[in-house]
Design a protein around this ligand. Structure first.
Ligand code: NDP
Length: 381
């Protein structure tokens, strides 16, 4: 039986690679829905190629353009954020791939789970903002969540067939493009430099998050909710070659690692093939080309975002939602050269101190926290 997908964010880095996986496995994967924010041209092109049941363009100003371009087809065209919440619930969809970026992934993911759809999760921000709520919904609706993030896919693969006697999770981090720079040098780095990741080709937001190491901080929170471990059981180790994608140490001291060349198509495919493994023609790794796999302690002073994420995880409540929203505003401001690189953690810290703490937030509290934090962080710019 093929899986029937709603692919949210089909025009992005994860979205386009997911469509490559679909193309390689036409008997196993069928695309029912694709969505984009503003890239109407690529969305139209993808619709013509994959012939989904429906497409959504989140920016309503582009509705006419997409509608007219697909007039000669049976493809339904919708626009707006609310439409995203509806298409994930379509009867023909069984699996929702959340490949949109940022907070915008939260509500569609909630709606998809409530409609009993399985989730292949790339959008880590959803678990950062409201991990406890998502974990409860998954339990309640008995749906399955498979991680796409390479580190979490690695952990998921290490845990397959295990009795879950986890001592700790070891998340590997490449360290990003600025791993060897001094704090002084970091003052002057530009968006263009930050966008040059040494190992991965990704969307702009996650690439900046990798440069600040906030990405690893978000992944620590993501790991807590995906694998149900305690905060102190999650450790980060810098591994610049990005060959070991992450590890699990079990209670007998044994460590399992998942390895491979850095290629997101592999974890995307595994998230969709699980519990099976499908053949792939991705390049294979030759160990002789990687004689040195190295490991370092992350520098929490230089990469203060990582320390802030750990603090948010420890205090819990709506604090992870605050760091997520403040980070999204700060990263966008850095990309527009409105602030310097080292101001990103400063803005996040100011937002953490400026927004009221809520110990046990509801969905409405998370939504309000996100709105207030964005407003406050914008006011600092
Ligand atoms: P991209 O920026 O490349 O793509 C984002 C996608 O989301 C695009 O299709 C974009 O549409 C759409 N989108 C953006 N904003 C909105 C919005 N407000 N409403 C609806 N759709 C929106 O991001 P990535 O593919 O790099 O990342 C996607 C997610 O996956 C992120 O959460 C990231 O952290 C995670 N991830 C990514 C990895 C990677 O290798 N790229 C690795 C691991 C995790 P449009 O094109 O029209 O702007």
């Amino acid at each position: 039986m093929p899986k029937h997908l709603a692919l949210l964010g089909s025009t992005g880095s994860i979205g386009t690679q997911t469509l490559e996986v679909v193309k390689a496995h036409p008997d196993e994967l069928v695309v029912e829905v694709i969505t984009a924010n503003r890239n109407a041209d690529l969305l139209i092109q993808q619709a013509r190629e994959f012939l989904p049941n429906a497409v959504v363009i989140a920016d309503e100003n582009l509705y006419q353009k997409v509608k007219e371009a697909l007039l000669d087809s049976d493809i339904k065209v919708f626009a707006g954020q609310a439409a995203l919440n509806q298409v994930v619930q379509m009867g023909t969809v069984d699996t929702v791939v959340t490949a949109m970026v940022g907070y915008s992934g939260l509500l569609p993911t909630v709606k998809a789970i409530e409609a009993g759809k399985n989730i292949a999760l790339a959008n880590k921000e959803t678990l950062v903002v409201a991990g406890d709520l998502i974990a409860r919904l998954i339990q309640k609706h008995q749906v399955f969540i498979t991680p796409i993030d390479s580190e979490h896919s690695a952990i998921f693969q290490c845990l397959a067939g295990e009795p879950e006697k986890i001592e700790k999770i070891i998340l590997t981090a490449s360290g990003g493009p600025f791993r060897t720079k001094t704090l002084d040098e970091l003052k002057k780095v530009t968006p263009a430099q930050a966008l040059k990741h040494p190992n991965w080709d990704m969307g702009a937001k996650i690439t900046i998050d990798s440069a600040t190491m906030m990405n690893k901080g978000l992944e620590v929170v993501e790991a807590k909710w995906l694998f149900g471990v305690q905060n102190q059981q999650i450790e980060v180790v810098v591994h610049p070659q990005s060959i070991i994608h992450s590890m699990v140490q079990f209670t007998d001291g044994s460590i399992k690692a998942q390895m491979g060349l850095p290629d997101m198509k592999l974890p995307i495919q595994y998230a969709l093939s699980f519990p099976d493994r499908w053949h792939s023609s991705f390049p294979r790794m030759d160990f002789r080309l990687y004689p040195n796999l190295t490991f370092e302690q992350p520098d929490f002073d230089k990469f203060h975002c990582l320390a802030l994420a750990y603090e948010a995880l420890e205090k819990g409540g709506n604090l992870p939602a605050i760091i997520n929203a403040a980070n999204e505003i700060a990263v966008a401001a850095f990309l527009k050269e409105k602030i310097g690189f080292l101001q990103i953690p400063l803005l996040i810290e100011k937002a953490m101190n400026g927004i009221g703490f809520i110990k046990n937030p509801t969905l409405d509290d998370y939504i309000a926290t996100d709105t207030e934090t964005r407003k406050l962080t914008q006011s600092f710019l």
